[in-house]
Design a protein around this ligand. Structure first.
Ligand code: PMV
Length: 336
C-alpha cells in the first residue's frame, strides 16, 4: 500500500525543484535572540527586499546519498545548517530522501554581503516544492528563520515586518508583508568597503552583545517604538521620517554592539567616510539615508532618480570598491 509513511512512495514522489529569493536589508534592525536554538528574535524588525542580490537554489533528490550535499557557486561546502532545515521539512513530509543542493548568488560571493537571508528563503521554497508540501509563505518564513533569522523576511517582497512572536515553539515568529515594492519604489546603493568575510558573525555578535553589553536591555526595550515609526513612515511614504528612524535603529544597534566586551567594531575608515558623505548629501537636499549591518559595507537608501548620483558619490570615496544599485524586489518564488 502506498501510504503516507511508505518510504518508497515518499522517495518516488519527491522531485527536483528550483527557487529564487532576494536578499533583504533591515531598516529597523534585528539584533538579539529570545531563543538561540530556535532562532527566535528578541524583538521585531522591518526590512526591504532587494531585486539585484539574488540566490537561486536547485534541489535534486538522490536516494543513494547518506547525507545532503551542498554546493555554493560550484564550490562544495559543509551542509550542516542546510540539512537542519531540510530535516525539519522532510519530517513534515513524513520522510524523504537526501538532496544535492546547488545554490548560486548573482552577486559577488565573499564580498561580505549577507547571503544567508536569500539562501535560506530560496532553500525552503525549493524544498517545499520538491517535497510537495504546499506550505503557506508564513510557515515557510518560520522554517527559513531556523536557518537564519533575517531569512524569514526574504519570503516576502517590498516592505516586510518580522514579528518576534510569543509562542515557545516559535510558530508565531514569522514575517508578514507590510507593503509591496510598487507602494514606494525606493532604490538601494550598496558600497562594498571590504570584500573579505566578516570578522564576527551576526550570531556570535548578538550573543556577545546580549551577554555583555549594558546597552542591550535598552536596545530591546526601544525597538517597538522604532517599529511603529517605521511602519507609519512606510505607509505614509514619509522619506524624512523613515530616514530618521532607520539611521537611529542602525546606529543604536551598533552602539549596543560597541558596548559589548570585547567591543564589536564592524566599521572601517571607508564606512565612516560613506556615512559622512550620505549625511552631507541629505543636508544638501538629496533624499538619502544609510544603514549598516554586521560588517563594514554601507547601504544607502534613496529615491530611484537619485540612485546614480548616490552611487557615484560613494564610488568616489577612498576605500570603496564595488558599488551595487538595486531596486526593491519580489518575494521568494519557485522557478520553472
Ligand atoms: O539573519 P542573521 O542571523 O544573519 O542576522 C542579521 C542581523 C543584521 O543583518 C545585522 C540585522 C538584520 O535585521 O538583518
Amino acid at each position: 500500500m502506498a501510504g503516507f509513511a511508505d518510504p518508497d512512495h515518499l522517495i518516488m514522489s519527491v522531485r527536483s525543484a528550483a527557487a529564487r529569493a532576494g536578499a533583504n536589508i533591515a531598516l529597523v534592525k534585528y539584533w538579539g535572540k529570545r531563543d538561540p536554538a530556535l532562532n527566535l528574535p528578541a524583538a521585531g524588525s522591518i526590512s526591504i527586499t532587494l531585486d539585484a542580490l539574488q540566490t537561486q537554489t536547485r534541489l535534486e533528490p538522490d536516494p543513494g546519498l547518506a547525507g545532503d550535499l551542498l554546493q555554493v557557486n560550484g564550490q562544495d561546502l559543509p551542509s550542516t545548517r542546510v540539512s537542519q532545515v531540510l530535516d525539519l521539512m522532510r519530517a513534515l513530509a513524513g520522510g524523504g530522501p537526501h538532496f544535492r543542493v546547488s545554490s548560486r548568488n548573482n552577486f559577488p560571493t565573499g564580498a561580505g554581503l549577507a547571503s544567508s537571508a536569500s539562501a535560506f528563503a530560496a532553500l525552503v521554497v525549493a524544498a517545499d516544492q520538491a517535497l510537495g508540501l504546499a506550505l503557506s509563505a508564513t510557515r515557510l518564513s518560520a522554517l527559513a528563520r531556523r536557518g537564519s533569522g533575517s531569512a524569514a523576511r526574504s519570503l516576502f517582497g517590498g516592505f516586510v515586518e518580522m514579528h518576534p512572536g510569543q509562542a515557545e515553539s516559535g510558530d508565531d515568529a514569522v514575517a508578514t508583508a507590510l507593503a509591496g515594492s510598487e507602494h514606494w519604489p525606493l532604490a538601494v546603493v550598496v558600497a562594498v568597503t571590504d570584500p573579505g568575510p566578516k570578522a564576527v558573525s551576526s550570531t556570535e555578535g548578538m550573543q556577545r552583545t546580549m551577554q555583555t553589553s549594558p546597552y542591550y536591555p535598552a536596545w530591546v526595550a526601544s525597538v517597538e517604538q522604532d517599529l511603529s515609526e517605521a511602519r507609519a513612515a512606510i505607509l505614509g511614504r514619509d522619506f524624512q521620517r523613515l530616514a530618521d528612524v532607520a539611521e537611529h535603529s542602525a546606529l543604536k544597534m551598533h552602539a549596543s554592539a560597541l558596548a559589548a566586551r570585547p567591543g564589536l567594531l564592524y566599521w572601517n575608515a571607508a564606512t565612516l567616510l560613506c556615512m559622512e558623505r550620505i549625511r552631507t548629501m541629505r543636508a544638501a537636499g538629496t533624499a538619502v539615508f544609510f544603514t549598516i549591518d554586521a560588517g563594514p559595507q554601507l547601504k544607502a537608501v534613496c529615491l530611484p532618480d537619485d540612485a546614480a548620483a548616490v552611487a557615484a558619490a560613494l564610488k568616489a570615496i577612498d576605500g570603496v570598491g564595488q558599488v551595487i544599485v538595486s531596486s526593491l524586489g519580489a518575494g521568494a518564488e519557485v522557478l520553472a
